[in-house]
Design a protein around this ligand. Structure first.
Ligand code: ACO
Length: 322
């Protein structure tokens, strides 16, 4: 019998430093009012110099393992998604595997920018469905503050640091109902972060900062996410009323509100973390899922729609019965 990927536990980690809009207004020409009105963000977390994608991932992972009440040694696959890996290689997943003391499991990284959690979830689901893995640990860990140009008001206001983790296990009960992932490399130029050591693009001053044509990305995000909502509902033969919770990528409250409107949902049915976390890229959906589950809003048996859009462009969704 085909197994389902069931949520066993979630975890999250946010660094201690809180950087408010007012803090940013002291160094670039912006204001708390502009940022909050245009994005819904009030503050974001900033990692300390000694922290890394792997160190943050380790903390989130340990919480997910504890919440799942399984032994770390029962994990047979670790997937880490990050745009800010500790090293070019080894993968951050291998570093996390060592930090967790897990032997004899497979570990690899997935890169799909802000959609990384959905791409990883889709891979994890296939592994579990085919019987290739039983317990999959999936982690999004991002140090966006290290790749943001803190003199660029168009991007530095948006991003934050953090890690989210999800443990999926094989079950006979329904879990992940479907995943949907897409890519279109035609839009690489609208949102990218060069690798300063390789610098194949050679179009900036050798610095590895996020470059974004925000308004164009915004419009594409809204229309693309509306499409993927339809795709997800149709694939499951469900209607909008069957969705209990929307757990979106946390890029901009106006993008989130547009998707909620498309689903005829009020914002009360949406897990929103960006006011205090900003956009933590591939960690954001996992952090939001952890928030909704740990504060008791998301209940067993409910249907959750996860979605994300990011550089590439990449975009994805998942429908999960919790
Ligand atoms: N403070 C004050 N003014 C600003 C700021 C700021 N921080 N940033 C831009 N402005 C100005 C611009 O210069 C412009 O001024 P002008 O009219 O005099 O030229 C004006 O505000 C409007 O600029 P827009 O870029 O059109 O503003 P917009 O309403 O689009 O908001 C934002 C900008 C918040 C970046 C929005 O476009 C956005 O959220 N984009 C999507 C981001 C996203 O989803 N990214 C994908 C995921 S990220 C990933 O994959 C890594």
């Amino acid at each position: 019998m085909t197994a389902n990927a069931k949520i066993l536990g979630t975890g999250g980690y946010l660094p201690a430093e809180i950087r408010t809009n007012d803090d940013i207004s002291k160094t670039v020409d912006t204001s708390d009012a502009w940022i909050y009105e245009r994005t819904g963000i009030k503050s974001r977390r900033i990692a300390a110099p000694e922290e890394s994608a792997a160190s943050m991932a380790e903390i989130a992972a340990k919480q997910a393992i504890a919440n799942a009440a399984i032994n770390a040694s029962d994990i047979d696959l670790i997937i880490v998604t990050t745009g800010t890996p500790d090293c070019v290689y080894p993968s951050t997943a291998c570093i996390v595997q060592e930090r967790l003391g897990i032997k004899n499991c497979v570990a690899f990284d997935v890169q799909a920018a802000c959609s990384g959690a959905l791409f990883s979830l889709s891979i994890a689901d296939q592994y579990i469905k085919t019987g290739a893995a039983k317990n999959v640990l999936l982690i999004g860990s991002e140090l966006c503050s290290r790749i943001v140009d803190w003199t660029d008001r168009g991007t530095c206001i948006l991003f934050g640091d953090g890690a989210g983790a999800l443990l999926l296990g094989a079950s006979e009960e329904p879990g992940v109902l479907s995943t949907h992932i897409h890519s279109d490399g035609a839009y690489c130029d609208l949102l990218y972060c060069p690798n300063p050591q390789v610098e194949a693009r050679n179009d900036k001053n050798g610095l590895g900062f996020i470059n974004m044509r925000g308004n164009e990305v915004f419009k594409m995000a809204v229309t693309t996410l509306e499409r993927i909502v339809d795709e997800t509902l149709e694939a499951n033969n469900l209607s909008k009323a069957d969705i209990h919770w929307l757990v979106p990528h946390q890029a901009n409250i106006r993008i989130i509100a547009a998707t909620a409107k498309k689903l005829k949902m009020s914002l009360d049915q949406v897990i929103v973390t960006l006011e205090e976390q900003g956009n933590t890229s591939s960690a954001s959906v996992l952090l939001a899922l952890h928030q909704g589950i740990s504060d008791g809003r998301i209940q067993r048996g409910q249907n959750i729609l996860l979605e994300a859009f990011g550089a590439g462009f990449t975009w994805g969704s998942a429908l999960i019965k919790y």
